[in-house]
Design a protein around this ligand. Sequence first.
Ligand SMILES: Cc1ncc(COP(=O)(O)O)c(C=O)c1O
Ligand SMILES: [Zn+2]
Length: 409
Amino acid sequence: MSRKMRCRSCGQDEAIVARSYCEDCFGPLEIVYDYDAIRARVDRDAIAARPRGVFRFAELLPVEEVPSFSHEVGETPLMPAPRLAKALGLTDVFLKNDAVNAPTLSFKDRVVAMALGKAKELGFDKVGCASTGNLANSVAAQSRRADLEAYILIPTGLEAAKILGSAVYNTTLVEVEGVYDDVNRLCAQLADQLPIGFVNVNLRPYYAEGSKTFGFEIAESLGWRAPDAVVCPMAGGSLIGKIHKAFSELETLGWIASNGARMYGAQAAGCQPIVDAFERGDDEILPAKPDTIAKSLAIGNPADGYFASKLIRETGGVATGVSDDAIVDGMRLLADTEGVFAETAGGVTVGVAKELAAKGHLKAGETVVLAITGNGLKTSDALATQLPPPKHIKARTDEFVAIFEGAAS
Ligand SMILES: Cc1ncc(COP(=O)(O)O)c(C=O)c1O
Ligand SMILES: [Zn+2]
């Protein structure tokens, strides 16, 4: 099914090209679909019956053909979280758990599957990315099975596990002096000079659409309905908008009754340009200088920040930031109540959800989905000094019994 692109700012239509911005007004380009044609061609039961994976939703994704790789991506659990709900004073809380996404344990696997599929269609044999870590892991991994050369650019100071989790795939990994925003600027310049499909730069419109599958799967898992509220971590501000777009598309197709989801945006207080824009009320992004343990969210000048702030306001949600201490508390609360070890971004989501519940934005009786977007093993540095060491004993029953009786009393 043929697709085209449209400028989100001036509405101008564009052909499918490797560019993320409108040449007239520099507004961001977005993929446009023919929903009448899609409705005539498939229904939700046909989608549900297809082989598992993000490409089940092919008609609503930017690739013309389903690629031969990356079929393992997506289909992560939507987990009821009654113990966490109770701790927050809520009732119907669910975790959309992309901490167990394949192949690299974050939601970025979804966006990379789309970007690499499109890179192939557009004739690229080399791809790249500017990344805060998770995207790097996913481009490095998925480029192998897609037979693409990969150039991975990261800022200095990332977590050891995220560096190792890119290096292992034997791609070209480049650490650039500076923060993510410096890396991103460099990649934008390189994309103009070199034949590289940078997934989140010149392929950004296609890449971003992959995040809709996070939303499609939530609605399907809820029995084809939108939740009342979603709490989502924000870096570039893309994911939150695409989850909402997914629900709206399902509504347009008549596959869910309506999209009344309120979208809540979560950032670390040490890098909260979208929260600041929301709180000022004008939605304009004033770049921030990141200083937080939530390194995956440390984007000071978010590309989709304006649209994220505006969407949050329009849906009746709120954008909130939490301290690094609250992030660690959030990670530990999630692990303690639900047995889920999320990365710092998950701590941001849980920390913000706790605050939103305390302030009455989220209420008992509502269906609330928390976006858990990455795995805790990748950011173990954040907890290293926070947890007690294991109790150390000799291999003797009396030493263990003393611990057992101490724990039981
Ligand atoms: C684990 C995790 N969660 C959330 C996000 C935020 O996504 P977005 O940049 O689409 O706002 C990122 C981005 O890098 C991430 O790595
Ligand atoms: Zn335009």
